[in-house]
Design a protein around this ligand. Structure first.
Ligand code: SAH
Ligand code: MG
Length: 205
């Protein structure tokens, strides 16, 4: 690996492959010159470490949006449920404590702004232009469409749009992220960049 991360990334729970994280890091370094970065779907902070490490030295920030209540597949009884992240007292998922721990361990508390809210709520009065948007939130069609509508219009010219979990073949995975990837492609607003594993990438024209 060519990049230096502040912590052992394998010690952070999450759903991001190393090649995808490295691509996020590389694009984030340049995008941080254009404006702050924003991700939807932080979970325990794996992707946030890559984004935060890339923009810390540029004095930029990452807005890390997640309600920390988990996606459909993280709920009790579902395939990706993690009992360590379940708050039995309220019978809800809660990944925020783990996220904060990751940010502190990585020394990113002065770089990352946690936004503990749903994507739609966080975006409602958002006006700040963004150097990069990384979408890795809920995988329902409604959640993905909301993420696209809420954030993509804020990307500055030259800025980056990254969308995780792109599976062109339905047999490989859910289609909601791929559907918004297709929206971005059809919009004419972006130059398509090479996909890295399941990470779709665009540059705003
Ligand atoms: N990027 C993470 C993985 C994210 S998993 C990593 O690198 O490991 C998806 C996350 O999206 C979950 O933490 C879930 O709570 C969050 N999420 C799902 N729907 C959301 C919504 N509508 N608004 C905000 N966060 C959402
Ligand atoms: Mg994902």
């Amino acid at each position: 690996m060519s990049i230096q991360l502040p912590i052992d990334i394998d010690s952070v729970k999450g759903f991001l492959a190393a090649d995808e994280g490295e691509a996020l890091y590389q694009y984030a370094q340049a995008a941080a010159e254009l404006g702050p970065l924003l991700e939807v779907g932080s979970y325990c902070g794996k992707s946030t470490v890559y984004l935060g490490a890339a923009c810390r030295d540029k004095n930029s920030v990452v807005y890390a949006v997640d309600h920390h209540r988990g996606s459909e597949e993280h709920q009790l009884g579902e395939e990706y449920h993690d009992p360590d992240l379940y708050d039995a007292s309220v019978e809800l998922m809660d990944s925020f404590k783990a996220f904060r721990t990751t940010m502190r361990r990585a020394g990113l508390e002065d770089t990352v702004v946690p936004v503990v809210a749903s994507s739609g709520l966080a975006s409602r009065h958002w006006h700040t232009p963004l150097g990069m948007v990384f979408i890795d939130g809920g995988h329902s069609e409604e959640a993905a469409q909301t993420d696209y509508r809420s954030w993509v219009s804020h990307i500055v010219p030259g800025g980056i749009l990254a969308i995780h979990d792109i599976f062109p073949n339905p047999a490989d995975g859910g289609q909601a992220p791929y559907n918004i990837w297709k929206l971005a492609k059809a919009s004419g607003l972006f130059e398509e960049l090479p996909t890295v594993n399941t990470l779709g990438l665009f540059r705003r024209k």
